[in-house]
Design a protein around this ligand. Structure first.
Ligand code: CP
Ligand code: NVA
Length: 316
């Protein structure tokens, strides 16, 4: 790709949300991620190599990140491309330049952009005005790249996710939303246990009602983990949440601990997107115990990201 090209005439393939990506394409991405993991860094087929094209990924961060930053950076390098990391506060975006103009500028310099932003509406605005692919690296509403890695991790440990049961315990946050989107696309049962004060509302509830998937809402963690193959939780306080003490109080009964894990299937795995807060949403015994696959999950961000990049760049 030539970086001075005006790409306004091409149709970019964005990765914005799980429910906005056709199920067959999601399966293609996951299968590619599995095969890329098996191959490792070597033996990349020619059609997946960016080596000769000077292809550059820009990453924009309005919020902190360890895994998303590292996995996209390493994924792009392993594909033979390059990255540039932009802190939103150091850009004119942070001083009020419009997202539309930023999208047009990015499209003239780089080939693909990943953004982690506060507002989902900003992601959509960026995608609307960009002539290059835009990837959602987490918003207030969703975290689709995480769920690709999670499904990959589920399949490595349990087998195909179709027809299986996943339990979400705790806050109905952005990661929970992407699990909600995934349930119908991958055809599994999702049981969510959340305190009524932090249960899905608004768009998230609409997504549940529109999903056509098998999604069960409860306030009882024991009910949610019964017959489950995978117990998932996340921080009680997401980036941008302000009501910290109230959340900790409401979510205390939703801790994933040995008593709760015993109520799931004997071979159930434990997942957490990380970063974790030991002895809050999960006990040390569980997150560092034999059922936990959290570090495989983190590594799989790399393989899933490589597959997403290849898909967005239309290499597959
Ligand atoms: N799970 C995840 O997205 O981690 P980071 O916030 O470190 O990127
Ligand atoms: N729900 C968390 C996920 C972090 C990867 C947050 O938004 O802070």
């Amino acid at each position: 790709m030539n970086i001075s090209n005006d790409k306004s005439k091409t149709t970019p393939r964005h990765f914005l949300d799980i429910h906005e990506t056709p199920a067959s394409e999601l399966r293609k991405i996951i299968n590619l991620a599995h095969s890329m993991k098996k191959k490792g860094r070597k033996d990349l087929p020619d059609h997946l190599s960016l080596q000769d094209d000077l292809t550059v990924l820009a990453m924009i961060f309005e919020k902190p990140s360890t895994r998303t930053r590292l996995s996209f950076d390493m994924a792009m390098r392993q594909l033979g491309g390059e990255t540039t990391i932009l802190n939103a506060n150091d850009m004119q975006l942070g001083r009020g330049e419009s997202i539309a103009d930023t999208a047009k500028i990015l499209s003239r310099f780089v080939d693909i952009v990943m953004i982690r932003c506060n507002s989902h509406a900003d992601l959509e605005e960026l995608a609307l005005h960009a002539s290059i692919p835009v990837i959602n690296g987490l918003t207030d509403l969703s975290h689709p790249c995480q769920i690709l890695a999670d499904i990959m991790t589920f399949e490595e440990n349990i087998g195909p996710i179709k027809g299986r049961t996943v339990s979400w315990i705790g806050d109905s946050n952005n990661v929970a939303t992407s699990w909600i989107h995934a349930a119908s696309q991958f055809d599994f049962t999702l049981k969510l246990a959340c305190p009524s004060e932090l249960s899905p509302t608004g768009k998230q509830l609409e997504d549940i009602n529109n999903s056509g998937g098998n999604i069960i809402l409860t306030s009882d963690p024991a009910q949610a983990v019964a017959n489950s193959d995978c117990v998932v939780t996340d921080t009680w306080v997401s980036m941008g949440d302000e009501d910290i003490e109230r959340r900790k109080k409401l979510l205390a009964p939703y801790q994933v601990n040995a008593d709760l894990m015993k109520k799931a299937n004997e071979k159930a795995i434990f997942m957490h997107c990380l970063p974790a807060h030991r002895e809050e949403e999960v006990t040390t015994q569980i997150i560092d115990g034999p059922q936990s696959v959290v570090f495989d999950e983190a590594e799989n961000r790399l393989h899933a990201q490589k597959a997403v990049l290849a898909w967005c760049l239309q290499l597959v």
